[in-house]
Design a protein around this ligand. Structure first.
Ligand code: NOJ
Length: 752
């Protein structure tokens, strides 16, 4: 059969399936009472195993549409049985869970996955997570979180996909594809949820749940695009943010939930509130009581109430009183039923655990290993200390509170992760040593000293032993950073340097003269300027997950090469944040000529003896490491940047190509990044914006041309009227290995 008829048949099947779903929704709505309709909009919390009489009663009465936090498969199936067999209309429950970066097998935290710049790996990771979770009765995950994270004080940057809308969008759609699979009705697929709509990452001072003030243009060019990308990948649900956006909390924000999401983007799935975010509308000061809060949320476009019980308590009464049209309730219920029908829950309400592996198979650990390897970012490597050259090393001191912590290496949001599967760095290094990583005098000796009780400990009782072990070793491997509890929801920090006495530990090890490799595990970028010159090599590993140990040991010993790149800019000191690559220029940008550090100001300096430019006097204006940065065990050179044609119409496309050469002696992977700037526009544009990236594996000495298509549409931005516009004029282009790359060119956009 020719291709066109195959696709026509497929399109016909899809239309037919859609129509069938809509018919079934109409049929159900015709038969539902108002209370049953409201029940579909109510999500309740589970009880971690076991069916209480009260819950059974509510499900039987049709008062519950969804349940979260229930992963005991027998309990899920029993609740489902009550819903399907004992409730009047037999509508199945939708079971949700935060499956954020793995389920039993834990992948790197999402920010670490973003550091892979590898959408296919991220897709496979989400697929693996879906299969593990589906075996426990889960059919809906509250992921991906696609909030743009530009303030690393915010604990939830751990869960985000970085600071950049293009990177986050590409990875968000990969995650959606992984969770939802080819067919949502496959029992191994989960409905995904793009959260938190919208602007949650912009909370003032990096404090969780905090107020956000985001002008519409900024919202549309920075915060909304990753959500749009998730929708493009077919995401089934959205979650409203906890936060207040410009005076209207997201859970009552009609502009977001209806104008943008439904009217502009055509989303036909449902929006769930965040946990009790509907009753919290009263705490925000938007509504006087729960009844008003329910009315505000429903009319804004929030379809399901997560745990708040506001819809359950007030929606029916609001309809009866005439404050809320029943037709709107019907629309909300239809959206929920649509997702349940698309998931095939009516046909297959029960989880068949025997369809899924009881324990994670080896392939899941292999994937977790690959993801951990690819997420680690090599930030410093003086004199090529890494990979460790074993012919010169007889003994290693493994030091630090994170070398042997099976739980901490998993990171935040690991409700179902099993630390029993974790392999720690200390264990993996021990295995490598025992298996024959030989130094000049036989097997390498490994000595472990914890040094500090936790990453937060100020108590220095362990430092003398650290010094003794480091002094006696040929190399000191420090495993420091943050335990998982220092990031994640509600876990923000005002100072993002290494906590506790860790800087003192590094200084003490440095003083021994032994070469120092610092491996940082953390849930956020850290401000590491104070320690950077005290270590010879620095590998930033995020929280790498189950397979942290083998991944890090292989990277340190050269069985694998680092290929991660920063998905967030690393500040020198906390006071620089928010600091991100796609900032706008200001009228007084700092330059080497205008910048004066305060230590260089003469005594009695007058007001304008410093540069009157946009910087802090007590630190440099550049970050410690730019967005996109990362080293590996080889080097790459870029040349011959070309844009063809040199002029394009406002609806045209150019091709940007560059020659990449592996100039080192090892094979390696480079993440080639394409940046643009629109230097003169009706609304000022960022100094650089990422518009493309590609992971390229290249053998030592090899060259390759890398080409990016760049359509004019990718250069559109919200104009003064908020409509997308592509303006004629010059566009500057750079291609390279990070956001500060110097290799540039330009082309012209012309009116058609
Ligand atoms: C609150 C969090 O903000 C959200 O991301 C999560 O999915 C829900 N709680 C459910 O646990």
């Amino acid at each position: 059969m020719p291709d066109s008829s195959v696709s026509t048949t497929r399109a016909g099947e899809i239309t037919e399936r859609r129509e069938r779903v809509e018919r079934r929704i109409r049929d159900l709505l015709d038969r539902m009472t108002l209370d049953e309709k409201v029940g579909q909009l109510n999500q309740v919390n589970g009880h971690d195993g076991g069916v209480t009489d009260e819950l059974a009663h509510r499900v039987r009465a049709g008062e519950v549409g969804s349940i979260l936090n229930e992963v005991d498969v027998r309990t899920v199936n029993e609740l489902q049985r009550i819903a399907v067999e004992e409730s009047r209309l037999g509508i199945p429950l939708l079971v949700g869970r935060d499956v954020i970066h793995g389920f039993r097998t834990i992948l790197p935290i999402p920010l670490g996955q973003a550091a892979t710049w590898d959408p296919e790996l991220v897709r496979r990771g989400a697929r693996m997570s879906a299969l593990e979770a589906a075996g426990h009765g889960v059919r809906w995950t509250f992921a991906p979180m696609v909030d743009i994270g530009r303030d690393p004080r915010w604990g939830r940057v751990a869960e985000c996909l970085g600071e950049d809308p293009h990177l986050a969008g590409a990875l968000a759609s990969a995650m959606v594809q992984g969770f939802q699979g080819e067919d949502l009705a496959d029992p191994g697929s989960l409905a995904a949820c793009a959260k938190h709509f919208a602007g949650y990452g912009a909370g003032e001072a990096g404090r969780d749940y905090n107020t956000t003030n985001i002008p519409e243009g900024e919202l549309r060019s920075v915060h909304l695009p990753p959500f749009r990308a998730a929708l493009g990948a077919g995401v089934a649900t959205f979650m409203a943010s906890f936060s207040d956006l410009n005076g209207i909390p997201a859970s009552a924000n009609r502009f977001l939930m209806t104008q943008v999401l439904r009217e502009e983007w055509g989303f036909d799935g449902f929006v769930v509130s965040d946990w009790e975010s509907i009753p919290q509308l009263c705490i925000h000061g938007l509504t006087a009581d729960d009844r008003e809060a329910g009315l505000a949320a429903a009319t804004a476009g929030v379809d399901m109430d997560m745990v708040g019980e506001v819809y359950a308590d007030h929606l029916a009464e609001l309809v009866v009183e005439g404050a809320l049209h029943e037709a709107l309730v019907d629309v909300m219920v239809a959206r929920v039923l649509r997702v349940k029908l698309r998931l095939g829950l009516f046909e297959r309400p029960y989880t068949e655990p025997e369809r899924f592996p009881v324990e994670p198979p080896p392939s899941h650990f292999a994937l977790a290993y690959d993801a951990a390897v690819r997420s680690a970012v090599l930030l410093k490597n003086d004199e090529g200390l890494l990979p460790l050259a074993m012919d010169g090393i007889g003994s290693i001191a493994v030091i630090g509170p994170l070398a042997q912590e099976p739980q901490e290496q998993l990171g935040t949001w690991v409700f179902d992760g099993d630390p029993g599967f974790s392999i720690t760095p200390l264990e993996a290094i021990g295995v490598l040593a025992a298996e024959g990583v030989h130094g000049p005098t036989g097997p390498v000796k490994v000595r472990y000293v914890r040094g500090l009780e936790t990453t937060r400990s100020e108590d220095r009782w362990g430092l003398p032993e650290v010094v003794e072990a480091a002094g006696a070793a040929d190399v000191a491997l420090l495993f420091l950073g943050e335990e998982s509890v220092l990031s994640g929801e509600g876990h923000c920090r005002s100072d993002i340097s290494l906590p506790g006495a860790q800087e003192a530990l590094i200084r003490a090890v440095r003083a021994t003269g032994t070469p120092v490799v610092l491996v940082v595990m953390a849930g956020r970028p850290l401000a590491l300027e104070a320690v950077l010159d005290k270590v010879d090599a620095l590998l930033f590993a995020w929280h790498p997950g189950t397979m942290a140990g083998p991944a890090l040991a292989d990277l340190l010993f050269g069985r694998a090469a680092p290929s991660g790149r920063l998905p967030m800019t690393f500040p020198r000191v906390t006071g620089q944040v928010p600091i991100y690559h796609a900032h706008r220029n200001t009228g007084r940008p700092p330059t080497p000529e205008t910048f004066v550090h305060m230590r260089d100001l003469p005594r009695g300096a007058s007001q304008f003896s410093a540069g009157a430019a946009s910087y802090h006097l007590d630190t440099h204006y550049t970050p410690l490491f730019p967005f996109g940065f990362g080293l590996t065990y080889t080097t790459f050179a870029y040349s011959d940047l070309q844009v063809t044609p040199a002029r394009m119409a406002t609806d045209g496309e150019v091709r940007v190509s560059v020659t990449l050469e592996n100039t080192g002696e090892r094979d390696g992977v480079e993440v080639v990044q394409l940046y643009v700037r629109d230097p003169v526009a009706s609304v000022t544009r960022p100094v650089r914006e990422l518009k493309g990236f590609r992971r390229v594996a290249l053998e030592a000495g090899a060259r390759r041309t890398v080409t990016f298509p760049l359509p004019a549409a990718a250069l559109a931005f919200p104009g003064r009227d908020m409509q997308p516009v592509v303006e004629p004029g010059e566009i500057q282009v750079w291609v390279g290995g990070d956001a500060h790359t110097a290799l540039g060119a330009a082309f012209e956009i012309v009116a058609p």
